[in-house]
Write a protein that binds this ligand. Structure first.
Ligand code: NCD
Ligand code: ZN
Ligand code: ZN
Length: 451
């Protein structure tokens, strides 16, 4: 493995071009581009490199590429153990690296459920073995995701997987007392409870967003209030207990208002939005193509606008993919029988560029905050720079990704690394391509391909 890498002429966070030298897992030198200065710097770095092989440095031409911190996804479904036909830790993390990610949080709704130290350690080890990116398992809040008894939160926290994020995602922790207990429990080790906000009594039988389109199609509706009622309740609980609450896949304008109110109160409430809820709307359901079936459902244009504004002003802290691969037998069926969920890892940055950067809502430093720094802070990822001040500076972790913002591609499900094909962007031309990704100085993607 090449131990010294020179990134020539890259633009950290879209700023002025720089030459970066990566060695021994960190940024070893930063210099103005093309300077003779670098020759000495590279020689020094090469000398300092741990490997005794003395191979020459790998030089990456970074002209017109933007260097971003390695992206962090707080919400990924890797499906292993249990549904390896839909995704594995290996295939899902390969998709992640190709999408610019260096850490993914693996949701607990596997089979068996990740509700014990044993299962979270297994997932964590599978991530290490695959080596494409760091895998941080999410622990279940309740045993078997059944919503009746707390899982062994402390044992998962003190396991080798060092779990900090707990979620019953796929299900809501709808029992208020259990939710309160979970919030109290995770306080002891700086954990956070990530809630899938869905009051189940209000969504029984629901097939799409409640409203005019559902009425026209004759499909049972999933009302915005089912999400908003739980967010309001849990924000109050988090404030009462003084603990950390994170809201998964926020999808309605009303939710953004409630989170803004909770933050103004000074409560420790954070939130994520998915790329698909920023771009896609309920009208797509009129096709009855189950690729557009997702939980929470695609909402209205007014909701996407409120979500974009909320992400822009920081009410919503971050973007998370909710990458939810499904085997074709579970997805390519009639609408009512299809499982909800869509792929996200390989298209997330592109959709954020289209919805947030091209529209003037975010600049590149903001993208880094919403897709790397903020999720790293929320999830307790310590080997990523926590903010722009520490990024691409000498001594900072060499965990970064190189984006070509001018390039674009037409999405072809067969060309994706995921084992499943349920991308809602099939045939769409999306902007931005990841050219390379580095995890602690080691390339995981080069020339747009897995190393
Ligand atoms: N988002 C989805 O529609 N599905 C997710 C579960 C979830 O995120 O709630 C899944 O696990 O498939
Ligand atoms: Zn969910
Ligand atoms: Zn999910």
């Amino acid at each position: 493995m090449t131990s010294v890498i020179v990134l020539r002429d890259v633009r950290p966070l879209g700023g002025d071009p720089r030459d970066l030298v990566l060695a021994q897992g960190v940024v070893a030198a930063v210099a103005p581009p093309g300077g003779g200065e670098l020759t000495g710097v590279v020689a020094d770095a090469a000398e300092g490199a741990a490997s005794g092989t003395r191979r020459g440095p790998l030089v990456v031409d970074g002209r017109d590429l933007i260097a971003l911190p390695g992206l962090v996804d707080l919400h990924t479904h890797l499906r292993e153990p249990g549904r390896e036909d839909a995704e594995t830790v290996e295939s899902g993390t390969r998709a992640a690296a190709l999408g610019g990610y260096t850490t993914v949080f693996a949701m607990a709704n596997t089979d068996p459920v990740a509700d014990t130290a044993g299962v979270v350690e297994q997932v964590w080890r599978l991530g290490q073995d695959a080596g494409h990116c760091d895998v941080r398992p999410v622990g279940a809040v309740t045993r078997g995701l059944a919503g009746t008894q707390l899982a062994e939160l402390g044992a998962m926290a003190s396991s080798a997987a060092a779990v900090r994020v707990f979620s019953d995602d796929g299900h809501c922790v709808s029992d208020a007392l259990l939710m309160r207990r979970a919030l109290e429990y995770v306080k002891a080790f700086g954990g956070v409870v990530a809630q899938h906000a869905e009051e189940p009594r209000l969504t029984a039988g629901a097939q799409m967003n409640e409203g005019a389109t559902a009425a026209r199609l004759g499909l049972p509706g999933w009302p915005a209030v089912a999400e908003e009622a739980i967010i309001a309740r849990d924000a109050l609980l988090a404030g009462h207990v003084g603990s950390r609450l994170h809201i998964c896949h926020v999808s309605t304008a009303g939710s953004v208002d409630i989170i803004r109110w909770a933050k103004a109160k000074g409560w420790q409430v954070t939130a994520e939005v998915t790329p698909h809820h920023l771009l896609l709307t309920e009208e797509l359901v009129t096709s009855y193509d189950p690729v557009f079936k997702v939980n929470p459902p695609l909402r209205t244009k007014a909701d996407t606008e409120a979500l974009r504004a909320g992400l822009a002003d920081g009410t919503i802290d971050c973007v998370a993919t909710d990458h939810a691969p499904h085997a074709s037998e579970d997805k390519e069926t009639e609408w009512a029988a299809a499982r909800p969920g869509m792929l996200g890892l390989e298209t997330a940055l592109s959709v954020v560029i289209q919805t947030m950067v091209a529209t003037g809502h975010l600049d590149w430093a903001d993208v880094a905050e919403r897709m790397a720094f903020a999720p790293a802070r929320i999830g307790g990822v310590t080997d990523t720079a926590p903010d722009p001040a520490g990024f691409a500076q000498v001594g900072a972790p060499a965990t970064l990704t190189l984006l070509d913002p001018q390039a674009s591609r037409v999405i072809d499900p067969h060309a994706l690394a995921s084992r499943s094909g349920n991308t809602p962007y099939r045939g769409r031309n999306l902007p931005g391509l990841i050219r390379a990704t580095f995890l602690r100085g080691r390339p995981t993607v080069l020339d747009g391909k897995i190393v």
